[in-house]
Structure formats: structure tokens, C-alpha cells
Design a protein around this ligand. Structure first.
Ligand SMILES: [Zn+2]
Ligand SMILES: [Zn+2]
Length: 187
């Protein structure tokens, strides 16, 4: 079992459930703006570190457990996989997760629950946010679904110039001859 790193109650994505208590049905609404942690997203698209993330969540006592539901709204930036234009987009991430106290359930129950673990009265939204952002982001982002991409020969943006054409392709034999002459000159 992996021991989670000790949570810091002052971390913006750590929620202290102390005030909530454990009375069944007790509920607390939390709205806060937090800076995005590092590496939120994938290599090609993600939330730049420090971007404001608007958290609007509700925490609810469910027996010994705490149910967190709500949304996180923020902005992602990336690069179109076809034409390399910068993409900036707003995303809204749905949050729904049950947090359980360690030892509150049997190990079998924990496996079935698919829940996150609390640390004392603290719960950490960061791993959840991380997973959910990646799930929400496109695997291969494009600036628009019908992006035409770049010309494979010269790199021109085909969105700006849809009739772009090079006429007859250059005979590849001339290309290799050119390379050979080049080599001859330098030796
Ligand atoms: Zn594009
Ligand atoms: Zn071209």
C-alpha cells in the first residue's frame, strides 16, 4: 500500500472537513479560486501552472464518509496537432468522489467503493482534479475538427491557403543527385 504524502491543510486543493462534522446529511458549500498545480494535463494540452481554477463544490457527510460533488472551471492551452496553432479553451470538470476515512471500511469494501482516502479530516482534491482533467482533454487536440493542417512539402498553413499546390512533384532522383553533388563538393 502506498502511503499518501502528508497533507497540508493550507494547500488550496486540500479541504478541511472538520466543520462539516459527521452528522448524516450535514452539508457545506465551498467556492474558492485556486492556482492550478504543475503538470495539470498532458504533454500536448493542459492547464498552465498558476491559471485560476474556480472550484464550486459541495461536501456532504455520508455516514463516516464524505461525498464531494461539484465543478472546477479553468482554461487549457495547447497546440493543434495538425497546424500547430495555439489552442485556448475553457473547460468545466465535473467532480464526484467519495472520500473515506482510512480503516472505516474493510479492505474488500474499499476495493468495491472506488473511493479516495482521507487523511484525518483532510481531503485532497488534487489527484482527482489531475485524473479528471486528463480524461476531459482531447487525446489529439485540434484547433477545429476540420483543420486542414500543414503542407507536408513546405509547411504552409493549408487553412489559410486551401488551393495551395506545388504542381508536379519534384522527381526524387534529382533530389538524391543534388545531395550527392553536395557531398562531392565538401569532400
Ligand atoms: Zn489546426
Ligand atoms: Zn507546400
Amino acid at each position: 500500500m502506498v502511503t499518501p504524502k502528508s497533507l497540508d491543510a493550507r494547500s488550496p486543493l486540500v479541504i478541511d472537513t472538520h466543520e462539516l462534522g459527521r452528522r448524516m446529511g450535514a452539508m457545506q458549500e465551498i467556492s474558492r479560486q485556486v492556482p492550478a498545480p504543475d503538470e495539470l494535463g498532458t504533454a500536448v494540452i493542459g492547464v498552465p501552472p498558476g491559471t485560476p481554477v474556480d472550484l464550486d463544490i459541495r461536501i456532504e457527510a455520508v455516514g463516516e464518509d464524505v461525498l464531494v460533488t461539484g465543478t472546477a472551471r479553468t482554461e487549457v492551452r495547447g497546440e493543434c496537432g495538425r497546424c500547430l496553432t495555439e489552442i485556448a479553451d475553457a473547460i468545466e470538470i465535473d467532480i464526484q468522489e467519495l472520500f473515506v476515512h482510512p480503516g472505516a471500511h474493510s479492505a474488500d469494501e474499499d476495493d468495491e467503493l472506488d473511493a479516495s482516502q482521507m487523511e484525518g479530516e483532510l481531503l485532497d482534491l488534487e489527484p482527482l482534479l489531475r485524473d479528471q482533467v486528463v480524461l476531459d482533454l482531447p487525446f489529439q487536440p485540434v484547433c477545429r475538427p476540420d483543420c486542414a493542417g500543414l503542407c507536408v512539402e513546405c509547411g504552409a498553413d493549408l487553412n489559410a491557403d486551401p488551393t495551395h499546390d506545388h504542381g508536379e512533384p519534384i522527381d526524387p532522383r534529382w533530389g538524391s543527385l543534388g545531395a550527392w553533388q553536395e557531398q562531392d563538393r565538401t569532400s
